[in-house]
Design a protein around this ligand. Structure first.
Ligand SMILES: Nc1ncnc2c1ncn2[C@@H]1O[C@H](COP(=O)(O)OP(=O)(O)OP(=O)(O)O)[C@@H](O)[C@H]1O
Ligand SMILES: [Mg+2]
Length: 314
């Protein structure tokens, strides 16, 4: 696991809403603190990272420094296609003309998987020791805030899919090159994020087998996010339940509601423990646990707190 941040390309994957963006940010903070020039690449127009750090809505495709040694970019397929054409065609005016032409736009929009392909192309470009974009600096680590599971593996597989269809020519050549990078475990790492709940745990098992079969990759870091704290032991829980059952006792009025809430939280924490055990058994990996943060404002300080926990586990 210590080697995760030695990889140049790290995909943070998981089911929708489990905390992929949160973990990507926390991991970005860890990498930057360790002196790595790091960029978090958000795909599919989320722009969460730059807004959390700087409060601004950045332009698509711009690399902006959001903290010391930490950059963020929001990859938008349309912008990525234009940039790709500029690199390929070299004459900016011609590339602009081409990318703005109706024909090309229809073609790009009508080709299934095209958005995924150019997005992966951009991710690959960011991770190049010699950047293709003019005057762009290299990054030590590119952390990709990938789309939700299923789609996440599909997007990673897009370059190969295209290369197979094209067979020969520049698309096949470049598709294969990107695929070779993505499937190289010395370069590419995968973080799987799960909530300690039935469905997300099941999906993580599925994600792992898809990673293996479609890409020859595996989970490098398993994160159980939003884990409830265990505040009471079994004996406490029995006493709490007993109090609830006694009318007129300690648990009357508001105290009764508090007791119920305490017991519910206890039940949730216990079920989280069970699900984490399932997660570990299913994947054959240890899980790094990130606590559920009871914060009204989930801001930079929350990401920093999670990054400290993550740092300790890496
Ligand atoms: N450890 C945590 N404690 C409390 N709240 C959390 C924690 N992790 C994430 N959240 C909250 O859960 C929500 C979903 O998190 P996040 O946006 O990181 O997930 P995601 O997987 O990127 O979601 P999406 O599928 O929408 O991209 C957010 O409101 C976030 O603030
Ligand atoms: Mg997200």
């Amino acid at each position: 696991v210590a080697r995760l941040l030695d990889k140049r390309l790290v995909f943070v994957t998981g089911k929708g809403g489990v905390g992929r963006s949160t973990v990507a940010m926390a991991l970005g903070l860890v990498a930057a603190r360790r002196g790595k020039r790091t960029i978090i690449a958000e795909v599919a127009g989320q722009e969460r990272v730059s807004r959390v750090f700087s409060g601004e809505q950045p332009e698509h495709g711009r690399e902006i420094e959001v903290a010391d040694g930490l950059w963020a970019i929001s990859i938008d397929p349309e912008h990525a296609i234009r940039e790709y054409l500029q690199i390929q065609v070299r004459v900016k005016a011609v590339a602009e003309l081409l990318s703005h032409s109706r024909m090309f736009q229809y073609f790009a929009a009508a080709t299934p998987g095209m958005a995924e392909l150019v997005t992966m192309g951009k991710v690959w470009e960011l991770a190049q020791p010699e950047r293709k974009v003019k005057r762009a600096d290299r990054y030590d680590v590119v952390i990709v805030d990938a789309p939700a599971t299923g789609h996440g593996v599909a997007i990673m597989r897009a370059p190969k899919t295209f290369a197979d269809v094209a067979r020969v020519g520049p698309i096949a050549h470049q598709g294969n090159r990107i695929h070779a990078t993505i499937t190289d475990r010395a370069i590419t790492g995968v973080v799987a994020v799960a909530l300690p709940e039935e469905m997300p745990v099941n999906e993580t098992g599925l994600l792992q087998s898809q990673l293996r079969s479609a890409l020859g990759l595996d989970i490098d870091l398993l994160v159980a996010n939003g884990v409830y704290p265990q505040r009471f032991d079994a004996a406490d829980a029995v006493r709490l339940a007993a109090e609830l059952g006694e009318p007129g006792g300690l648990a009357d009025g508001p105290a009764r509601s508090a007791l119920r809430a305490a017991l519910a939280a206890h039940g949730r924490a216990a079920s989280h423990r069970e699900q984490i055990e399932r997660l570990v058994a299913l994947t054959g990996r240890e899980a790094v646990e990130l606590p559920f943060l009871f914060e009204s404002e989930f801001g930079l300080s929350a990401y920093e707190r999670l990054s400290v926990t993550l740092d300790g586990a890496l």
